[in-house]
Design a protein. Structure first.
Length: 359
């Protein structure tokens, strides 16, 4: 049983350099992590993810707000008295201890009996496939094995919740994909609460039950992976989730005989029945995987532009199209689909998507 309630938590730091002002690393964040959830804190470098996780672990004190574990206020509880285990990016293994002694370390510091420790280490090693490695030193292990030892050491105390700070970032791409699947599987088997920090949206989308998207210390959106993908709550989330993410271009809303349209340079997007008497300025776009070439004379959303770049992703291609003079890489409309897309640099193209895919 481990529910973690993060209630209005803020953390300010004095400037890291003498000439720098104070930093609000985490700014009034509220997150209620349900028992058994796999909640991912996602955002770019410096958005406050690690600071938030460290506050839950008790390694950093909040400047304001409180943290509850199963309804108990633990804001001032020392780290070792919280029923939580932390796994760091660096694994933080003791180089002079064998794998078995590394895994058993948290039990030894709690004065458990040798025989009990050995039995529990063997049990946890079996869960993570480390049985044959218990006598080795960490330096004789691969990155993936070290990562599993760090997990085993967290698991050995059978904590109510696991706090993981970018645990896969030191692994190469292939191993990262495999370990991602293993972690998801481990979470299902343990039924424990996972609070997991990453800047990698693929990790968030594949493993999380819910994702908390952070930006500049603030919570931008909290929702299931489907919710943050289908209905991003802010321009930041729209531009952060997806590969490439949604490219939004400026347009103005017009209503014409009860139909609402977003109209901008070289783009015209029907938005269905509606009125907007103010002619509001908006940003409009669609996910690259939902954009496709428009048939001549087709009705529906329409972007007109010129192909500037075609990227080969292996099985797929992404074409980047400059629309309405917006030719900075981040504002080209992207089209993603099976290779070959049939587009070449310099082509003049008309693009469309299903109306309900427009953001
Ligand atoms: P993330 O984990 O998302 O990369 P961090 O939580 O590490 O972000 O940092 C958030 C912000 O707080 C950054 O601007 C960082 O420079 C600042 N920060 C983090 N720790 C400290 C510290 N001990 N002293 C001063 N500033 C810090």
């Amino acid at each position: 049983m481990s529910r973690i309630q993060i209630e209005g938590v803020t953390r300010r730091f004095a400037g890291a350099r003498r000439d720098a002002g104070p930093v609000t690393a985490v700014d009034r964040v509220w997150i209620d992590v349900a028992d058994g959830e796999f909640l991912v804190l996602l955002g770019p470098s410096g958005c406050g993810k690690s600071t938030l996780l460290r506050m839950v672990a008790g390694l950093t004190a909040p400047s304001a707000g409180r943290i509850l574990l199963d309804g108990r206020d633990i804001t001032a509880t020392p780290p070792r008295d919280r029923d939580l285990a932390m796994v760091f990016q660096s694994y933080a293994l003791y180089p002079h201890l064998s794998v078995g002694r590394n895994i058993g370390f948290p039990l030894r510091t709690r004065g458990r009996r040798r025989a009990d420790i050995d039995a529990r280490v063997a049990e946890v090693a079996a869960v993570l496939g480390l049985e044959g490695l218990l006598d080795r030193r960490p330096r004789a292990l691969s990155g993936g094995q070290r990562q599993r030892v760090a997990l085993a050491r967290a698991l050995v105390r059978d904590p109510g919740a696991f706090l993981l700070d970018e645990p896969l970032s030191n692994l190469d791409a292939t191993l990262r994909t495999a370990t991602r699947a293993e972690l998801g599987d481990l979470h299902r088997r343990l039924g424990a609460t996972f609070l997991y920090v990453t800047h990698d949206q693929v990790e968030a989308m594949t493993m999380a039950t819910r994702v908390a998207v952070l930006n500049g210390g603030r919570l931008e959106q909290l929702g299931t992976p489907e919710e943050v993908y289908d209905a991003p709550a802010s321009v930041f989330v729209a531009g952060f989730i997806g590969s490439p993410a949604i490219r939004l271009l400026p347009a103005r809303l017009w209503s014409d005989a009860g139909e609402l349209r977003a109209v901008g340079a070289d783009l015209e997007i029907p938005l269905g029945p509606g009125e907007d008497p103010d002619g509001r300025d908006v940003l409009v776009g669609a996910r690259p995987e939902h954009v496709r070439l428009a048939a001549p004379g087709a009705t529906g959303p329409l972007w007109r532009g010129t192909v500037r770049l075609v990227e080969n992703l292996g099985g797929e291609e992404v074409a980047h199209v400059a629309v309405g003079g917006h030719d900075e890489p981040g504002s080209r409309i992207a089209v993603r689909g099976p290779r070959p897309l049939g587009l070449a640099v310099g082509n003049a193209v008309a693009l469309t998507c299903d109306p309900d895919r427009v953001h």
